[in-house]
Design a protein around this ligand. Sequence first.
Ligand code: KG4
Ligand code: ZN
Length: 338
Amino acid sequence: MQTSSAQMTRILAIETSCDETAAAVVENGARILSNVIASQIDLHAQYGGVFPEVASRRHIEVIYPVIEQAVREAYIGFDDLDCIAVTRGPGLVGSLLVGVNAAKGLALARNKPFLGINHIEGHIYSLWLTDAAPDITFPLLTLVVSGGHTELYLMTAHGRYQHLGGTLDDAAGEAFDKVGRLLGLPFPGGPAIDKAAERGNPAAFAFPRALMTDQGYNFSFSGLKTAVMRQVKQYNTRPPVADLAASFQAAVVEALVTKTVQAALDYGVMAVHVAGGVSANRALRQAMSAALTIPVRVPPLFLCTDNAAMIGAAAHWHFVNGRRDTLDLDVIPSLQLA
Ligand code: KG4
Ligand code: ZN
């Protein structure tokens, strides 16, 4: 993909890959005209995790009101849109299908170009919706840390990615959510651990840092989760939640920062970007910035977790480079980026 962005675009983007029903209108891949998110967190909290069948049913109920609200709040009409973009994967198949079918229906009814976007690429492009966008130059390193992914990419141009490493088992956010459950904290575990860790001692427990001596850029968090579980089982009463949360978080952060810093040095990048739900983590943000002398960029909190604006930002670069998808495009639950 080239780097031309001169063409003006207004893109309606739809995101339903997991448990947020989201729609946004984004101008030129940079300016958010509207960004509507109907969260299902309360619905899934009772199960302690995302229940796929419940998620897709709720998407069906709210998708059209969410889309209408996004267009209304952007103060435009459907005719002003240049393209309808939607997340086609990775994600939960039933959830993805709701968004993709809604987007196809709109594209057909309104005779608009249609684009299916990779959710991970959306997270990467959340940085282009920030004030830092004009300063972004390549090559850069992007760490995408979310509930489903922990991936390190070298990005050499718009749309050009080299996968350097990723998790061999649990994603970082998944580990936060599982440990949160072990500690009796509310769902999702990430923000709850972030908060509980404030009062805890990160050195209270020496939890394992997997693959730290490994030369590659891969991560592993399942051993860490098991170590926390073993520690929790040693208490007959309520375990020291704050210390466990802080020590667990320190282990995750150290692994993420060490591998990212090593890759940044090895590839001589201009900057490091961190995106995805876990990039909201305060300890991670602080540690990554402290460990590097090149710019470390993270999105504002509202763009860390799933949203449709980031899908619109990614779609802009594909659209201006001439990509158009046909309406027989299918969802791909395990879609890869590179
Ligand atoms: O990007 P996202 O909204 O959805 C996926 O694409 O998976 O990420 C959700 C994940 C959840 O695992 C959640 O626990 C985690 O992001 N998360 C956090 C924080 N806020 C959200 N993890 C650590 N610290 C946080 N402050
Ligand atoms: Zn996500």
